[in-house]
Design a protein. Structure first.
Length: 79
């Protein structure tokens, strides 16, 4: 298995662990979105429920959103 395919397999295993839990998504343009990860695909397109955009201490409710994978920088569990 090549290093790239090994990295991809680890990424999708981590994403599977995050399914149906609260995640924080860091995106291009210094944006952050928090919500419950309900689905993702091979392009790292993400569907979040109960999503909210975070700006400092202020949050803006978004509801159900689709985040395009090419704008995603990092996904982590929300604390």
């Amino acid at each position: 298995m090549s290093e790239n395919s090994h990295l991809q397999a680890n990424t999708f295993k981590a994403m599977a662990d995050y399914l149906n839990s609260s995640v924080l998504v860091k995106m291009k343009g210094n944006r952050e979105v928090k919500g419950i990860l309900t689905s993702y695909d091979q392009h790292l397109n993400l569907i979040l429920e109960k999503a909210e955009e975070l700006e400092g201490k202020v949050s803006r409710p978004l509801g159900l959103v689709l985040l395009r994978g090419d704008n995603v920088i990092a996904v982590s569990p929300a604390g």
